[in-house]
Design a protein around this ligand. Structure first.
Ligand code: HAM
Length: 427
């Protein structure tokens, strides 16, 4: 490579700009507002953690921990990992700070996984999510799931299905794992190559496998809902009834165990049928009633979900919806052709009043500034030339009403803000 070559963003990562960035901004604002309405506050944690947080959290044998984590040693010899997901860090922060429970945290975070990049699967993706710590009340499961559901509705997503399952608590899960292991032992030759070697370490991972061979073997095998104890079965029934009661349909999906070891009881996933099966999960989550303890804290139940921003926008686009989620068009463009830099005062006054205002720089000609004004999409241009300057006036030109010629008026500099406010208010 010569010194002058242009760098590209790393494989499996993306820059977000232009119309995409307005969609991101709208999506995050929509989520932030809903999270506030549901009583969550935003939490930030570092992008990297001691590798133990993830090993103990998501499980040392999980695919993400064994194959996908970005692990590095810092100059002090500590081993860290870039966050592959949001939950373990939030629970680590909970254990460290012991906030009052129930603790309701929301986040927006990049997550790093060394995956084989393809549409909807990246090495850096971004999630919005929530976590609630401090209660195992099934009403919270319903709230968390409903927040995700209402969020997808607010984004205009249709044809989203909610898949749900319960993994039970340690004992239910242990009994199920043992039964599954027995089946896998008897059918080992029929499993995919990878799981022939690894099924003993964590049999549940075979349920996650997308290969036909493993699906065929496990479909006939033991089903999680049959292994739930009475308390877990009752918990699951409450969650489902609660969802029904607020009009959210869920499909019980016995093989839904999800990719991390921390899950207990409720697990769920939202799939968008408009996307290909390899990346149709637009969100997922579940309970993790042992995670706080595994990270050294007091026993504390928890539940949450994360949703991939890129996938949500892909799902929206796949159903033909590219409508903006937030208005990012300026209200006003100031065209200043005096030598007195009147624009600086005007933009300051307008911006201070909350009016989105742009201007040109570098002493451009009137024609060139008008071109920029048109291109910006602004509703109004404020023109100030030598004549206006002498008269202490501004010309307001309506850039969107060109049918009956140029619509413009000259007003005193003292009242221009009020006149513009009125014109924008009448839109
Ligand atoms: P997850 O299912 O691994 O769960 O990821 C959540 C969402 O992030 C997925 O449903 C998907 O939309 C998106 N996603 C995951 N990996 C990628 C990728 N490589 N490229 C693009 N998008 C991706 C979690 O991360 C859990 N922390 C969720 C949770 C919260 N469970 C309890 N609380």
């Amino acid at each position: 490579m010569s010194d002058q070559s242009i760098f590209q963003s790393p494989v499996g990562t993306h820059d977000v700009l232009g119309e995409q960035s307005a969609l991101w901004e709208g999506l995050i604002a929509t989520f932030a507002h809903l999270a506030y309405v549901y009583g969550f506050t935003m939490v930030h944690t570092p992008m990297f953690e001691d590798i133990g947080v993830f090993h103990r959290g998501i499980g040392e044998q999980s695919d993400v921990a064994t194959k996908e984590m970005y692990v590095f040693e810092d100059k002090g010899g500590r081993t860290y990992a870039l966050r592959p997901e949001g939950t373990a860090s939030i629970v680590r922060a909970f254990v460290q700070h012991q906030p009052t429970t129930p603790w309701r945290a929301w986040y927006m975070t990049p997550a790093f996984r060394y995956e084989r990049p393809q549409a909807g699967r990246y090495r850096q993706h971004h999630q919005v999510g929530v976590e609630v710590l401090g209660t195992d009340d099934p009403a919270v499961d319903v709230e968390v799931i409903s927040l995700a559901w209402r969020f997808y509705q607010a984004l205009g997503l249709t044809n989203i299905r909610l898949l749900i399952n319960s993994m039970g608590h340690d004992e239910c899960r242990g009994r199920f794992s043992a039964a599954l292991k027995e089946l896998l032992e008897s059918r080992v030759a029929d499993l995919c190559d990878e799981h022939q070697k690894t099924y003993l370490k964590n049999p549940l991972r075979v349920l996650d496998c997308k290969k036909d061979a493993c699906i065929a073997v496990t479909t006939e095998g033991p089903q999680l809902p049959d292994y739930l104890c009475e308390a877990c079965a009752e918990h699951f029934a409450h969650v489902r009834a609660g969802l029904d009661a607020i009009g959210i349909t869920s499909e019980v999906t016995p093989r839904l165990v999800r990719g991390f070891d921390y899950y207990t009881r409720t697990t769920f996933e939202f799939v968008a049928d408009a996307l290909g099966t390899a990346q149709n999960a637009i969100g997922g989550g579940g309970r993790y009633d042992k995670l706080a303890e595994q990270l050294g804290g007091k026993p504390t139940s928890g539940i949450g979900f994360g949703s991939g921003i890129e996938r949500l926008l892909l799902a929206r686009a796949a159903q033909g919806n590219e409508s903006p989620l937030i208005n990012r068009i300026p209200d006003v463009f100031v065209v200043d052709t005096t030598d007195a830099d009147v624009a600086t005062g005007i933009v300051d006054q307008f911006r201070t009043s909350g009016i989105a205002t742009l201007r040109a720089y570098d002493g451009r000609s009137m024609k060139s500034q008008m071109k920029l004004a048109d291109k910006s999409g602004a509703r109004l241009a404020l023109l100030v030339g030598p004549q206006e300057l002498t008269a202490n006036e501004i010309t307001i030109r309506d850039l969107r009403r060109s049918d009956d010629g140029v619509a413009q008026q000259r007003v005193s500099r003292d009242v221009v803000l009020d006149v513009v406010r009125n014109m924008l208010g009448n839109d």
